[in-house]
Each structure stands twice: as C-alpha cells, then as structure tokens.
Design a binder for this molecule. Structure first.
Ligand code: HEC
Length: 202
C-alpha cells in the first residue's frame, strides 16, 4: 500500500511538472497562488491532496512519537514530517495563530538504521506510510477544523468529528487545536502573542 502511494505521489508530481501553466512562472513569488495554499474540495466534499505540500514550510519532525504510556510500534519505526502552507505560516508569524483556510500536512515515513554509510541513528526512507491533513475552514467544519487521511493521491472524505483525532487535538494541542508545542519556531511566537490555548500544559 505505502509503496503504491509513493508511486502515485511521484506520478502526480511529474504530471505537475510536465503540464505547462500549472507551475507559476515565478516559483518564489511573494504571494503564492490560491491553488497552492487554499484547500480544494471535490463536489461531494472530499479534500484534494495538496500536491505541492513538499514545497511548503517545514515545521518539525517527530520520531516514533507515541501518545500511550506503553511503548508501541516495537516492530516498525517511523518519522512524521509536518508542513504548513506558506501564506498561513506568514500570518502565524504576525498573529500567533492560524488564519481561516490553513492546511497542515503530516507525512509519515519509514525510519531505518541500515543503509549506505550510516552506522548509528536513523534516517527517513522512501516508504511513505500515509499523509494526514488538518484543515481550518470555519464555514465548512463544525468546530472550525477537519481531519483527513490519505492512503493514495485520491481525494479523502472528512474523518467524523467523533474520532479521537478531534478530542486529543482539542484537549492537548497548544494553539487552536494544533500541536505548536512540538513546532519549535512557532511556540515562541505563540507565547509572545499570548495565543496559547487555555487547556495547554507544557
Ligand atoms: C492522543 C493524541 C492524538 C490523537 C488521537 C491524534 N493526534 Fe494528531 N497529533 C498529535 C500530536 C502530539 C501531534 C504533533 C506531531 C509532531 O510533533 O510531529 C499531532 C499532529 C498532527 C498533525 C499535524 C498538524 C497539527 O494539527 O498539529 C496532523 C495533520 C494530525 N496530527 C492528524 C491527526 C489525525 C488525522 C488523527 C486521527 C486519525 C490524529 N491526528 C489523532 C496527537 C494526536
């Protein structure tokens, strides 16, 4: 499954590169085009995978993070990489919180110890194990935010609001249901702007 996903993703990126007019003339333009930053949905309300999220702002990586006291995932090791669309990142620097239409992407990847010249420590592999997206769209989602989990590049339906995703993020995340306590460059800003959630315990 995950290898198939990686192939899909690579293919979609190639399509993007190959089709003229999709890539903006000036990739580093100050204002990203809406297609880069705004969430896009199908007519039946599924979210489209943001194809260029790897060009967004990198917030952090977690390695084998676990939310239960018992160590789990003994048999496989995983990194997660978190990205945010550039426009929302710039707004956060000014305000300490997320604008409407923010998209945060969490990409899960295999971690390996054995490869090339590596002797100690872990590096990320091309084994893409899934992509999850957290979208702020106040007109669309109860509570303002929706979660989506992608197993391929096909659009994904919203995860029901009864899922643990919503309660854990609401109860424990530092800023507006997002885990800014683990995104080191943003935590300082949230403290300065006093936008930390009242629930948040360091
Ligand atoms: C028990 C708590 C918990 C649950 C349940 C949970 N998460 Fe998270 N989530 C976290 C933590 C902690 C992070 C920070 C990860 C890091 O630092 O790399 C995070 C980060 C994320 C992010 C990155 C953006 C953000 O909001 O900070 C996404 C996307 C995400 N989770 C999706 C999901 C989805 C989808 C589900 C449900 C299928 C889910 N999470 C369930 C704790 C949780």
């Amino acid at each position: 499954m995950s290898h198939r996903f990686a192939t899909f993703l690579a293919a979609s990126l190639l399509t993007l590169i190959a089709s003229p007019g999709v890539i903006p003339a000036e990739p580093a333009a100050a204002t990203p085009s809406p297609s880069q930053s705004e969430p896009a949905y199908t007519s039946d309300g599924k979210l489209k995978l943001p194809a260029n999220y790897r060009e967004w702002v990198f917030l952090s990586s977690g390695l084998d993070m676990s939310y239960s006291e018992k160590p789990d995932m003994q048999d496989h090791s995983m990194f997660d990489n978190v990205f945010v669309d550039p426009q929302s990142y710039r707004e956060f620097l000014k305000t300490g919180t997320w604008r409407d239409k923010t998209q945060l992407v969490m990409e899960n990847r295999g971690a390996s110890e054995k490869g090339s010249i590596n002797q100690h420590g872990k590096f990320q592999t091309d084994d893409l194990m899934g992509v999850e997206v957290h979208v702020k769209d106040t007109a669309r989602f109860q509570g303002g935010w929706g979660f989506f989990a992608f197993q391929s590049v096909d659009p994904a339906g919203q995860i029901p609001t009864t899922a643990a995703c919503y309660s854990c993020h609401q109860q424990h995340a530092a800023v507006d249901t997002t885990f800014v306590q683990f995104y080191p460059t943003l935590l300082k800003i949230a403290k300065e702007k006093k936008t930390l959630s009242p629930n948040y315990r360091p």
